[in-house]
Ligand binder design. Structure first.
Ligand code: HMG
Ligand code: MG
Length: 307
């Protein structure tokens, strides 16, 4: 069987949001803004900038308004909003793309949003409808789509049920997540095949955390079933503070390197991504050791400016 891979892939950079939300050091707002600006210089047309969540729950994101005031431009800039209060804060800005989030499992939602799944959905779905009517682009982030750190393997039908509710409410995009990096390529292929059948008019994005080093293999599996949108995080930063064992997102530099070497265009300048990684690292509580970064530090001068 001949499998046709896409010629172009969209990379949604989530480093400024997912990447930093789990960081122990409070990163100065100015450093976040420079990080975002350097990433924008690398060519991303879509990026998650920040979250309008409760600063009591995630203090790192308390500067969300300052970030959006400084970083909005004519590309698609997402911000996360967990509830009506978050949405009200977003309405005071010029943001036009909102990401809402819900997990498939009750236990994760209880820890992440202080609500069980159905209770959370009954708050979020009317909000999505309202925001659609106001003209916002809506991204629905579906956590624990494969595994929950508290309940184990999810039933694919439960994942489809949650996705369907957001699509029916008007979501433009589903970003479907392996929150704790447990999915295998076979599981990624099965879920995304099903999603493409169920939601043929919705943008489908895969969001892999690389906890067990399987994210690139999962991305390859998704490419084979027609997925051409991936969330990635510069430097492989990231993780959800309320999902036990969730570590970094798949590194942008690894994904861009792999895709460009495969002849799949991303529009992203790798050397510019690495400048952003260099900028943010001194502000973090840990060093960035993705394979590509380590090579870059050793052999900087031999890397192409643009892959
Ligand atoms: P709650 O405690 O039930 O909320 O938390 P509440 O309504 O009772 O409010 C508690 C306090 O927070 C109140 O303040 C509210 O005003 C305030 P007080 O009266 O005590 O002074 N508050 C807010 N302040 C600012 N902005 C808001 C807001 N909401 C309430 N939006 C809540 C419920 C949803 C707020 C909380 O659980 C929360 O903020 N959770 C966010 C968790 C989070 O950010 N998780 C990470 C993002 S999701 C993710 O990373 C997964 C993803 O990457 C995909 C994947 O990998 O799986 C997307
Ligand atoms: Mg995530």
């Amino acid at each position: 069987m001949i499998v046709l891979l896409p010629e172009n892939v969209s990379i949604i950079e989530v480093g400024p949001r997912d990447g930093l939300q789990n960081e122990a050091n409070q990163v100065p707002t100015e450093a976040k803004i420079q990080f975002i600006q350097l990433l924008k210089g690398a060519g991303f047309n879509e990026m998650e900038l920040t979250s309008f969540v409760s600063p009591k729950w995630v203090p790192q994101m308390k500067d969300a308004t300052e970030i959006t005031d400084s970083c909005l431009d004519d590309t698609r800039n997402f911000v996360l909003a967990p509830n009506r209060k978050g949405v009200e804060r977003v309405r005071l800005t010029d943001v036009s793309a909102i990401a809402v989030f819900a997990g498939v499992s009750n236990s994760f939602n209880q820890k992440n949003s202080n609500r069980k799944t159905d209770e959370l959905l009954s708050e979020l779905l009317p909000l999505v409808q309202e925001l659609k009517n106001e003209g916002y682009f809506i991204r629905a982030c579906i956590s624990t789509a494969f595994y929950c750190p508290y309940e184990g393997k999810m039933d694919i039908e439960d994942t489809i049920r949650v996705c369907k509710k957001f699509v029916e409410a008007g979501a433009d995009e589903l970003s479907v997540a392996d929150t704790i990096g447990m999915a295998t390529p076979e599981e990624a292929s099965a879920l995304f095949t099903r999603l493409t059948k169920e939601f043929s008019s919705t943008l489908l994005t895969a969001h892999f955390h690389d906890t067990r080093g399987m994210a690139l293999a999962n991305i390859y599996a998704c490419l084979q079933v027609g997925i051409s949108r991936f969330d990635t995080s510069a430097g492989g930063l990231g993780g959800c503070p309320f999902a036990k064992g969730a570590t970094g997102n798949v590194a942008t530099e690894s994904v861009v390197y792999m895709l460009e070497r495969m002849g799949i265009s991303t529009g992203i300048n790798l050397a510019e991504v690495m400048k952003a990684v260099d900028l943010i690292e001194p502000h973090l509580s840990r060093s960035i050791t993705t394979p590509f970064r380590s090579l870059y530090l050793k052999e900087k001068e031999s890397l192409p400016n643009k892959t």
